[in-house]
Design a protein around this ligand. Structure first.
Ligand code: HEC
Ligand code: HEC
Ligand code: HEC
Length: 272
């Protein structure tokens, strides 16, 4: 090989190497850091690039409209049956918000109208009739132990190609049937509608919400869901604890020693 040819190939090789290093650095920069504490982020964060059909199916489902039931005049007959006042506005009533919103009284969760910061600033959750987020029973009420900020980062970093155990470490729960008892069949559920038939329940019927724009989000078709189904998550085997709560001086308080996750101890608690 001639001297000039040698120099040229050396220059080319180093250029390729440098581009490679830059790409890797870029990829590292793009990888988001996992927040230390779990926190509720709201359903809108799952929409717009990853789970649009799930979001749209949810908006059209009973859970995506559950907050609206707290308004005066809604389902008057059902309210009378449950000894509730059909004309009353329950949208800021602590007696209802745990089961009709997302993450009420937890980090990042729903804050009713009239909520103020220590400095007197209005910090209440903005209600968006077109794009509900923390109002309504959102994704995180079924999919998370303590809010979805952490496992959402894992989902994004892996582009959805994760194992159940990867997101479970950060608070995604897979004990679906168990988690419904956060609200349905709960001792403090005032409605007495009887036991929920989990096997017959449809939550977010996604099929009709796929189109050209979101076809790449079909985790059912591309096999990711199937792969995950082969794996049994720890929370599926045992079931995570469900928070117990009570009312003290008109405020909802979680009972000590009943939460499914402690961010101080970084520990999950399973049903014994
Ligand atoms: C422990 C959880 C829980 C609490 C607390 C709760 N709800 Fe509900 N609510 C539910 C669930 C779950 C349903 C769906 C029906 C069922 O299976 O019980 C529901 C359904 C409803 C419905 C529709 C009922 C029907 O038959 O059409 C209304 C209206 C309603 N809730 C209003 C309220 C109001 C107002 C409050 C506060 C005074 C409240 N809820 C407190 C869990 C709760
Ligand atoms: C009332 C509970 C509930 C709510 C609310 C809910 N989900 Fe689900 N979700 C489930 C259940 C149960 C399954 C498993 C069965 C199925 O796929 O329908 C599931 C499955 C999924 C899956 C497939 C998971 C996998 O990889 O195996 C995705 C993705 C998902 N939900 C996204 C969402 C998003 C996004 C929202 C909010 C816009 C949401 N869910 C709201 C209960 C819920
Ligand atoms: C945070 C509270 C909460 C959780 C958790 C929850 N639900 Fe619900 N669910 C509700 C409320 C409130 C309604 C009432 C909506 C309505 O009546 O329009 C409801 C309505 C429903 C309905 C419509 C029929 C009915 O009873 O009115 C089904 C089916 C259902 N839920 C299934 C489930 C399943 C399955 C799970 C667990 C995977 C689950 N839900 C978890 C609060 C919850």
């Amino acid at each position: 090989m001639g001297k000039t040819l040698k120099t040229i190939s050396l220059v080319l090789l180093s250029a390729i190497f440098l581009i490679g290093v830059a790409d890797e650095a870029d990829a590292k920069k793009k990888k988001k850091k996992i927040p230390k504490k779990p926190s509720y982020v709201g359903a809108v964060k799952c929409n717009g690039s990853c789970h649009d059909p799930y979001y749209q199916a949810w908006v059209d489902s009973p859970h995506g409209k559950a907050f609206n039931l707290l308004k005066p005049g809604e389902r008057a007959e059902a309210k009378k049956k449950a000894k509730l006042d059909p004309e009353k506005d329950y949208t800021a009533d602590p007696q209802c918000l745990r089961c009709h919103t997302t993450g009420y009284r937890q980090k990042g969760g729903f804050k009713p109208a009239g909520s103020k910061s220590k400095k007197g600033k209005d910090i209440s959750t903005k209600i968006d009739p077109e794009e509900p987020s923390l109002e309504q029973v959102g994704c995180e009420m079924c999919h998370s132990a303590a809010g979805g900020a952490q496992f959402r980062v894992v989902m994004k970093n892996t582009k959805g190609d994760y194992k159940k155990s990867d997101t479970e470490k950060y608070g995604q729960r897979w004990d679906y049937e168990n988690v419904c008892t956060r609200c349905h069949n709960h001792p403090k559920n005032p409605h007495k509608k009887g036991k929920l038939d989990f096997a017959k329940a449809t939550i977010h019927p996604i099929a009709k919400y796929f189109n050209e724009d979101n076809a790449d989000q079909d985790i059912v078709k591309d096999g990711k869901v199937k792969d995950r189904a082969k794996e049994t998550a720890k929370s599926e085997e045992k079931g995570l604890r469900i928070e117990d709560w009570n009312f003290k001086k008109g405020k909802l308080k979680f009972a000590k020693g009943t939460r499914p996750y402690s961010s101080k101890k970084k520990k999950f608690y399973y049903i014994k």
